[in-house]
Design a protein. Structure first.
Length: 314
């Protein structure tokens, strides 16, 4: 029997993804142009809000930087040594989840100001449309990303223990993955819808690349969120990794990565002279742009076959 190769496309893809995670976070960590923007934007109460949000988010970014270093170092170590102790792997995953949770929790100031603004809205006698618009495009996206997602990451970190049942780990890993995609859908959609409201739907139909981006963001990510939620529900009862449908995980990962790839390259090749708030966010303030490397993991996972478990003793 031919010896199985250690360096597989999946492992090389994993190295590329953690490298992208580290490099994008490294760039964000040491891009300091945000310092002083609270004064450049006019100061006053608005400037104070920007100051609080920037400091809170930067503290969170420090922890994501630590997570990226940890993940990158662990994968490089594994590929060089061709092995890693199970306890070490669990420890790396646990602390990476904790640091990621703190990163997302660093957005709590933004969520807080959004909720305060929503409450203040009622003092003006708003219309139902204005209330729903603020709720759907502001409150829900920021609360889910700054509170719900980090709580899920912290629970996952707690479950990531080699002495705990794999069933609980699979359940919370599935839930956390679904919440990630939900956050990307809510946040990105809210910005695209805001652009459409401001410029009119004719702005989208006049530029095919904008229309495609709008559709894959608002409807494509919604469909992916629903499918991932369905997958999470189906996977929550699994007791071993071998029972998971890795092809489905690969399809979800590939689809998410292609979303980032499409939106990045559609700007590069088609939309370079039509700058708007969507591209300002997606290209200039998006801390998750590293996910454009995900297809390098998603594609091999489509064809991955988990090793069979040895039969249980009778």
């Amino acid at each position: 029997m031919a010896e199985q190769k250690f360096y597989t496309p999946l492992k090389i893809g994993l190295l590329a993804v953690v490298c992208s995670y580290f490099l994008f976070t490294f760039h964000a960590m040491f891009t300091l142009s945000w310092i002083g923007e609270w004064d450049r934007l006019g100061g006053g109460s608005f400037g104070t809000m920007i100051l609080v949000e920037d400091i809170s988010a930067t503290i969170g970014l420090v922890f994501r930087f630590a997570a990226s270093i940890l993940a990158f170092a662990a994968v490089v170590y594994y590929l060089i040594k061709k092995n890693m102790a199970k306890s070490t792997a669990y420890r790396v995953l646990r602390w990476t989840a904790v640091f990621e949770g703190i990163y997302w929790f660093g957005l709590i100031a933004t969520a807080g100001y959004t909720v305060i603004g929503f409450g203040y809205l009622f003092s003006r006698g708003p219309t139902l449309f204005r209330v729903l618009d603020s709720l759907l495009l502001g409150v829900i996206p920021t609360v889910v990303e700054a509170i719900v997602l980090p709580v899920s990451l912290f629970i996952l970190a707690f479950k990531l223990n080699p002495t705990k049942p794999m069933k609980a780990i699979i359940k919370w890993a599935s839930i956390t993955g679904m919440l990630y995609i939900m956050v990307f859908w809510l946040v990105n959609s809210s910005i695209w819808v805001g652009v459409a409201q401001n410029k009119g739907m004719e702005y989208l139909t006049a530029y095919p690349e904008h229309l495609v981006s709008f559709i894959v963001t608002v409807f494509g990510l919604a469909a992916l969120t629903i499918y991932t939620a369905y997958f999470a529900k189906k996977s929550s009862g699994k007791e071993t990794l071998q029972e998971l449908k890795w092809g489905s995980i690969g399809a979800i990962t590939l689809a998410l990565g292609m979303f980032y790839l499409w939106n990045y390259f559609s700007w590069v090749f088609f939309a370079g002279d039509t700058w708007n708030n969507w591209y300002a966010w997606f290209l200039g303030h998006n801390m998750d742009l590293w996910m454009l490397a995900l297809p390098l993991v998603g594609l091999p996972l489509l064809f991955y076959k988990s090793p069979k478990q040895p039969p249980k003793a009778q």
